[in-house]
Write a protein that binds this ligand. Structure first.
Ligand SMILES: C[S@@+](CC[C@H](N)C(=O)[O-])C[C@H]1O[C@@H](n2cnc3c(N)ncnc32)[C@H](O)[C@@H]1O
Length: 274
């Protein structure tokens, strides 16, 4: 394996890869090179997401576990988990993402404990994979057109799954509810298209049909990036109370107030049917 540790070489290679496709995960590489510099605020961004997930990884205990990272993208979470002692297979349908993940692996290590493959979860090869102790499914479930068969495919591979996804900002979370995103399809990038935004109850009902009986929610109504751990077997994590991070009253008022104003302005300008 060829390892480039010279700062200029690394920066050039990062730029080359970015010219093919912009980086999603921000990595700090040797020489201070960053793949996607800038402050991360959104819960969809890798560094913020990792902070939300760390307590779960700790509670589950990654050392010695086999983990499947579905839609691993540029491999940030796969490499993190390998650093915590897990054996990880990161898969993604997009081979450019996998090329980047492999390049970062040559720089940051992870060695034999991480493998990256370009694979579609709907493929025969995916169905032929071994079973894993844990499946990580981050930022993924709103990116596939048919969540039911996607979730069933994951449920065939592991008895414990961590989901993190873009849920509804406004809407019922204890009703099994799915909202079809109005965003257009981005044919050039699987990463950029979204389909169904599921409520907690919708995801849980689907999982119940395929034998999952235990759930732990970490909800954040401020950003609506939901986290759900689902299992077929008991685990101390499932004894914990669900966590809901409530937004402050002022913030809730301002958010709803903004929506009301927009609707009102729409009615006045004749764009919205009263
Ligand atoms: C929004 S990204 C999330 C990346 C990463 N898990 C994270 O949370 O930062 C979703 C990823 O799923 C991949 N993907 C979409 N459809 C897929 C499929 N059918 N099989 C495997 N990967 C897929 C995309 O290429 C993309 O990299």
């Amino acid at each position: 394996m060829h390892m480039q540790l010279n700062k200029t070489d690394i920066q050039n290679r990062v730029d080359e890869l970015a010219a093919v496709q912009a980086w999603n995960h921000n990595y700090s590489l040797p020489g201070g090179v960053e793949t996607r510099p800038g402050t991360q605020v959104s819960h969809g961004k890798n560094l913020v997401k990792l902070e939300r997930l760390k307590p779960l990884f700790e509670a589950i205990g990654l050392r010695g576990k086999s983990v499947l990272d579905v839609g691993c993208n540029e491999g940030f979470f796969s490499l993190h988990m390998a650093g915590e002692g897990a054996r990880v297979l990161g898969i993604d349908i997009d081979e450019h993402r996998i090329s980047k993940a492999r390049y970062v692996q040559t720089l940051l290590g992870g060695g034999k404990d991480v493998r990256f493959d370009s694979l579609d979860i709907y493929s025969r090869e995916f169905k032929a994979l071994d079973r894993f102790d844990l499946c990580l499914c981050l930022g993924f479930i709103h990116r596939v057109p048919d969540p039911f068969s996607a979730i069933a495919a994951l449920g065939d591979r592991a008895d414990m799954i961590i989901f993190e996804w873009k849920a509804l900002k406004f809407g019922p979370h204890d009703e099994a509810f799915a909202y079809f995103s109005p965003k257009p399809v981005d044919q050039a990038d699987y990463y950029g298209t979204e389909y169904w935004l599921l409520s907690y109850a919708a995801l849980e009902r689907i999982l119940q049909r395929i034998g999952f009986t235990h759930f732990h929610r970490i909800d954040d109504p401020r950003q609506r990036r939901a986290i759900l751990v689902a299992g077929r077997k008991p685990h101390p994590l499932f004894e914990r109370p669900d966590q809901v991070i409530h937004r402050g009253r002022l913030r809730a008022f301002l958010t709803h107030g903004k929506r009301c104003l927009r609707t009102f302005a729409g009615i006045l300008s004749g764009r919205v049917n009263a």
